[in-house]
Design a protein around this ligand. Structure first.
Ligand SMILES: *[C@@H]1O[C@H](CO)[C@@H](O)[C@H](O)[C@H]1NC(C)=O
Ligand SMILES: *[C@@H]1O[C@H](CO)[C@@H](O)[C@H](O)[C@H]1NC(C)=O
Ligand SMILES: *[C@@H]1O[C@H](CO)[C@@H](O)[C@H](O)[C@H]1NC(C)=O
Ligand SMILES: *[C@@H]1O[C@H](CO)[C@@H](O)[C@H](O)[C@H]1NC(C)=O
Ligand SMILES: *[C@@H]1O[C@H](CO)[C@@H](O)[C@H](O)[C@H]1NC(C)=O
Ligand SMILES: *[C@@H]1O[C@H](CO)[C@@H](O)[C@H](O)[C@H]1NC(C)=O
Length: 467
């Protein structure tokens, strides 16, 4: 809500807020920011990140402008990225505990996600990230430029990481939106995606190399019969293939922060793009909004990411009829199996806004509900089927929500610029993921599996292993 302030005045205000030090941002309210699509990002076949600038004349048109309310968000950053990276190497070489990361708690302007409309803005950005415009000129940061009409990932059926970069009018804040690479077969376009996606998904989000049944070819030779899985084997498989996913995300983030050195960076994405956003958010301590992402806690462990004291700057939105976000995308007869995917993890990082569409709206579990378009149409957009009944005393539930705009003074804090009819809670409360997904506050993935060192010659290669 820009409330008709002259744009020069707005940019002075927002510019002041964002460039001031953390202590100065303790003013109770931050103005919303308006973001425009500024760049596209893609990756070349040799895993270089490239960008293109989106001009006013692009085929996207004006619907790529989003306004997002803000509040202060506490993030945890490694005091030095080099320490994070060293600690990760040591963990990988199993000297865990040898090097701790110093985490630095910081308060940054982040998105205020209390209202459905704010989530909708991010969902639209995540949705936009799927669509390329007619740009033909691409470059890499700090490099000699890169000219190609079709970078990797733009053609139908290609699976390279790509998406959009939105920048606020005052250049203070950047939103990186990452496309979910497996979406082709889910959203309806294209056939099953090829190698990289499936490999990434099955390595990151399955319990043991996508061992689903005897007829499945696994993506790594770690299944040891029964319910046994070789731990070193699954971790090494991911590290060996890691040019696929996480490191590309790290490069994307560092390249964008090189382009916008003074900006706050937020990351958003849908599906695999959401999981990757979260891993980037854990690594660099930046706010994240992820949609329908497969649960990434196990992946963070397998990638040996040092664990910050809190991951609450990461927000997941998903609903219970989506078998991918719920980790119910497995079994030889499930709809996921048709594409050869096994997404079995259930524990997310950060906080979760979970729409229980199965119990509240009677939806049946179906992979077709996973698409970001579906989520926008049915849950977040103006035609939303969701009616939140939860009472939120501090925002005025009950009567207040029956008579929007009546009585009650504006709540203090980040929402006081908002239109009062929108102030009732329209979405479930965000809660720590382990509370929503765990039992007694502990969420455990793959509990029916036994992980250990089973790599002895007696069992090697006997069960379902391709080599
Ligand atoms: C940008 O990304 C490339 C990989 O595409 C990486 O090699 C390079 O170091 C990054 N540059 C900066 C300034 O972050
Ligand atoms: C891209 O599309 C827009 C609008 O359709 C058009 O004005 C512009 O000339 C196109 N640019 C290129 C490089 O084709
Ligand atoms: C972090 O890295 C710096 C520079 O490499 C080093 O001096 C410092 O000891 C490291 N901190 C920790 C906790 O390892
Ligand atoms: C890319 O190609 C266009 C025309 O094809 C040219 O004008 C531009 O200078 C090239 N950019 C780079 C970085 O080589
Ligand atoms: C934001 O950055 C763009 C491109 O670097 C520049 O043209 C524009 O003037 C900047 N806007 C403000 C308000 O600083
Ligand atoms: C608040 O928004 C609603 C619809 O979004 C609109 O009808 C109403 O006029 C707005 N009220 C104010 C005070 O801006």
């Amino acid at each position: 809500m820009l409330l008709g302030l002259p744009s020069t005045l707005l940019s002075i205000i927002t510019g002041f807020l964002s460039s001031s030090s953390p202590t100065a941002t303790t003013s109770p309210s931050l103005t919303p920011l308006t973001f425009h699509l500024r760049h596209q990002h893609a990756v070349t076949s040799d895993s270089r990140i490239i960008f293109s600038d989106v001009s006013q004349l692009s085929s996207f048109g004006p619907e790529t402008t989003y306004t997002i309310p803000r509040k202060k968000v506490v993030v945890q950053k490694p005091s030095l990225y080099a320490n994070f990276s060293d600690a990760r190497d040591l963990r990988r070489s199993q000297l865990e505990g040898a090097l701790d990361v110093d985490w630095w708690e910081d308060e940054v302007p982040g998105p205020a996600l209390g209202e459905r409309d704010a989530l909708l803005q991010f969902a639209n950005m995540a949705f936009d990230a799927y669509y390329p415009d007619n740009t033909t000129e691409w470059y890499d940061v700090g490099g000699d430029g890169w000219n190609t009409s079709t970078p990797w990932g733009w053609l139908p059926g290609e699976d390279g990481m790509r998406g959009h970069v939105f920048v606020s009018s005052d250049n203070s804040t950047v939103v990186i939106a990452i496309k979910g690479t497996s979406a082709g077969w889910l959203v309806g376009g294209g056939g099953p995606t090829t190698g990289k996606d499936k490999l990434n998904d099955n390595l990151l989000f399955s319990c043991c190399c996508a061992r689903v049944g005897p007829t499945w070819s696994t993506v790594c030779p770690c299944y040891k019969g029964g319910n046994k899985c070789d731990r070193n084997c699954v971790e090494n498989a991911l590290v060996e293939k890691e040019d696929l996913f996480y490191p590309v995300g790290l490069n994307l983030y560092t390249n964008v922060s090189y382009m916008y050195p003074d900006a706050n960076i937020w990351v958003t994405g849908h599906s695999l793009g959401g999981s990757l956003s979260s891993l980037i958010g854990v690594t660099f301590g930046v706010p994240v909004v992820a949609f329908e992402a497969p649960a990434e806690k196990l992946a963070a462990n397998r990638l040996h990411l040092p664990t910050p004291p809190s991951t609450q700057h990461i927000t997941h939105m998903y609903h219970t009829a989506d078998p991918i976000a719920m980790g119910a995308c497995n079994g030889v007869t499930s709809s996921c199996a048709i594409g050869g995917f096994a997404m079995e993890t259930r524990c997310h990082l950060g906080q979760v806004i979970r729409f229980d569409t199965v119990n509240r709206l009677g939806w049946s579990v179906d992979v077709r509900t996973h698409g970001i378009k579906f989520v926008i149409d049915k849950l977040l957009g103006p035609e939303s089927e969701w009616k939140e009944e939860e009472k939120v005393p501090e925002e005025g539930g009950g009567l207040w929500s029956l008579f929007p705009g009546w009585g009650k003074k504006k709540p203090e804090g980040d929402r006081d610029e908002r239109n009062s009819t929108k102030r009732t809670r329209q979405i479930p409360m965000p809660k720590p993921a382990f509370e929503v997904e765990g039992v007694d506050g502990v969420c455990t993935d793959c509990f029916s599996w036994e992980y250990g060192d089973f790599d002895d010659p007696a069992t090697k290669g006997t069960f379902g292993c391709p080599q």
